[in-house]
Design a protein around this ligand. Structure first.
Ligand SMILES: *Cc1c(COP(=O)(O)O)cnc(C)c1O
Length: 379
């Protein structure tokens, strides 16, 4: 039976426990499993790096939400990315990265994987001609993020899938910002979806985790092999927290998006604000593509201060309800200065962000309170 997104979020992989009837999947805090005679495994479980029932539940939920066939849960988003890239690439291969990739992804490829012989080129993914020029015979992966962090740029997933496949490369989409509730890249032609489940999937700023989902059975098997062989698995407690968060993803994303839209409108009309970067705004350069491939515009928003870096730092420090902190995607609103915080390591690189930029992760508090806080912070 094919069911709706919210039904899958609550039920996929989460049947009541057969032994007790427990409605909530138990946290299986065990490293090993009793065998009924040598090799007589119950349910296929032998050792918790290889498999753990709480992680299995999360993995089935991730696959169901992204409309894939294999879901895999990792210790962090970067652990998922590392396992993926070292599975589908070999030394000497080449990866195309978005010109404004998540800083951690850029560091992983440009500093950690480069020592292993992986090559990379950052490209503006909105420029398909530049992308075609960057592709080499050794290009194995085109890496896409949409919307991007922290500039909220939008890339056309279906168009990129076509270019990647013509070149014999995989299209990987980091779907962390949108979440599967708003955007399902596998249905648009992507080969693998990556998540930092730390963000919207977990949703409560209480866990670090990552995920991979694919609809390609062969690739799924390879990635599952690597998950066990490389060992960067999600622990059972972390898997449980993400699973708990996923149940309310739909209602949270609706509120995140509604609050962000109101705040975008407010900031647009404020004299201290030079520009508002939110794909829900009709004059955002990626608005039409976002409207086509997303069912909402999400809760992330950035804006530039007319008064420059000093004004941006002041807003961050004056905000009270918006907590000054890195990360995103939790129920509480966060504010940060990417140039000095999340993206400080990009200074002097192609990923450097404007110094007058402030990023908001808009939470699900009452929007009037959020607006009042920004009003006083901007005054
Ligand atoms: C946070 C984040 C990551 C990295 O995930 P971790 O869980 O912090 O390892 C990757 N991509 C994006 C877009 C992120 O926001």
């Amino acid at each position: 039976m094919s069911t709706g997104f919210n039904t899958r979020a609550i039920h996929a992989g989460q049947e009541p426990d057969p032994a007790t009837g427990a409605v909530v999947v138990p946290v299986h805090l065990t490293s090993t499993y009793k065998q009924d005679g040598v090799g007589g495994l119950r349910g296929g479980y032998e050792y918790s790096r290889s498999g753990n029932p709480t992680r299995t539940a999360l993995q089935e939920a991730l696959a169901a939400l992204e409309e894939g066939t294999t879901g895999l849960a990792f210790a962090s988003g970067l652990a998922a990315e590392d396992t993926l890239l070292r599975t589908v690439c070999a030394p000497g291969d080449h990866v195309v990265l978005p010109g404004d990739a998540y800083g951690g992804t850029f560091r992983l490829v440009s500093r950690a994987h480069s020592r292993w012989g992986l090559e990379h080129t950052p490209v503006d993914l909105n420029d398909l001609d530049a992308l075609r020029v960057a592709i080499r015979p050794t290009t194995r992966v085109i890496w896409c993020e949409t919307p991007t962090n922290p500039l909220l740029n939008i890339a056309d997933i279906a168009a990129l899938a076509e270019v990647a496949h013509e070149a014999g490369a995989l299209l990987v989409v980091d779907n962390t910002f949108a979440s599967p509730y708003l955007q399902r890249p596998l249905t648009l032609g992507a080969d693998v979806v990556v998540h930092s489940t730390t963000k919207y999937l977990g949703g409560h700023s209480d866990v670090v985790g990552g995920g991979l989902v694919t609809a390609d059975a062969g690739l799924g098997e390879q990635l599952a092999w690597s998950q066990n062989a490389m060992g960067a698995v999600a622990g059972p407690m972390d898997a449980w927290l993400v699973l708990r968060g996923i149940k309310t993803l739909g209602v949270r994303m609706d509120r995140h998006g509604a609050n962000a839209a109101r705040i975008a409108e407010f900031l647009l009309g404020h004299p201290a604000v030079g520009a508002v970067l939110y794909p829900g705004l009709p004059d955002h350069p990626g608005h039409d593509i976002a409207a086509k491939q997303m069912s909402g515009f999400g809760g992330m928003l950035s804006f530039r201060l007319a008064g420059g870096e000093e004004a941006a730092l002041q807003v961050c420090e004056r905000a009270r309800l918006f907590t000054l902190a890195e990360s995103l995607g939790g129920v509480e609103s966060l504010i940060e200065h990417p140039g000095r915080m999340t993206h400080a390591s990009a200074a002097g690189s192609p990923l450097e962000v404007p110094a007058d930029l402030v990023r908001l992760s808009v939470g699900i508090e009452d929007v009037e309170d959020l607006l009042a806080d920004l009003e006083q912070a901007l005054a």
